[in-house]
Design a protein around this ligand. Structure first.
Ligand code: SF4
Length: 281
């Protein structure tokens, strides 16, 4: 299947980000994280998504409206808009005679929820790490904040995946860093949730990311939201002050392709600098 033809269709169906990894790029992953555990005939992994519009973050930035992000940046965006785009692309692939397995973005850290049904097979439900897959598909990098960054939007997107048995030429893995800094990034969390840093390597792409105390993020009042799928999943931090500050930095320094006439951060962001008593002890 021709990648540019598929990419053009995906863009017409609303996709703002799109990339393809061949299955060989997942060789280093264990069966419980491997696409072929879900669909053994997978030859290509398509990662696609839609932007979170910058204005959707405005109410959180000002501390005056959080539900706008909850709907347009999270629930409706993922469950309706991205899902519709993903499904249309899956239909396009199946119209061409290939099987297409659409996958919603569920937390990979959730423990198995069943028993193994066949020898040498992990128990259900096998969840892929979507940010990891996005790097393998050339869409972006894992930023210091621990979230996916893309050249066009930084951290502002929601992604889903299609597994297919169609052979598609893979997208090149991004080699230029989007966010090259790490020294200033250590101070992005006002609650001290960045407790160290670690080196990540995905398909040979090296990235330095913060080690994060997610217990603090789970109680963060600075725009973070609990994981909406499972209590064991990582909190949603795309609207949190750490990630918004990262996005503002990237925009101010010309690192993102989606340009605006005015800066995102116009005044000090609304923040709660103290966490709950448990963490102050
Ligand atoms: S979500 Fe909150 S606690 Fe977690 S790193 Fe961001 S600002 Fe800090």
């Amino acid at each position: 299947m021709d990648r540019s033809e598929l990419s053009d269709f995906a863009k017409g169906a609303g996709a703002d980000v799109f990339g393809v990894a061949d299955i060989g790029r997942f060789d280093e992953l264990p069966p419980e994280k491997h696409p072929q555990t879900i669909f053994p005939e997978t030859r290509s992994v398509i990662v696609l998504g839609r932007r979170i519009t910058r204005g959707t973050l405005r109410g959180v930035e000002e501390g005056t409206n959080f539900t706008d992000y909850a709907f347009y940046g999270c629930h409706w965006l993922d469950d309706r808009f991205v899902a519709m785009t993903t499904y249309r692309v899956a239909e396009f692939i199946e119209d061409a005679g290939w099987e297409a397995v659409p996958l919603p973005n569920l937390p990979p850290e959730v423990p198995p929820m069943g028993v193994t049904v066949r020898k040498n097979q992990p128990p259900p439900n096998v969840m892929l790490d979507f940010d990891d897959a996005a790097v393998r598909a050339g869409i972006g990098e894992i930023g210091y904040c621990g979230v996916l960054l893309t050249p066009r939007f930084g951290p502002r997107q929601r992604i889903q995946i299609i597994l297919t048995d169609a052979e598609i030429e893979p997208s090149p893995i991004l080699d230029e860093p989007i966010d090259p800094r790490s020294d200033q990034s250590k101070d992005l969390c006002p609650l001290g949730a960045f407790i160290g840093e670690k080196e990540l390597s995905i398909c040979g792409k090296a990235m330095t990311v913060a080690e994060i105390d997610y217990r603090k993020c789970a109680d963060c009042k600075n725009g973070a939201m609990p994981n909406r799928h499972h209590p064991a999943g990582k909190p949603d931090r795309l609207a949190a002050v750490c990630v918004r500050t990262c996005m503002d930095y990237l925009e101010r320094n010309g690192r993102l392709e989606n340009k605006f006439s005015a800066k995102f951060r116009k005044r000090d962001p609304w923040t709660v600098k103290e966490n709950i008593d448990f963490y102050k002890a």
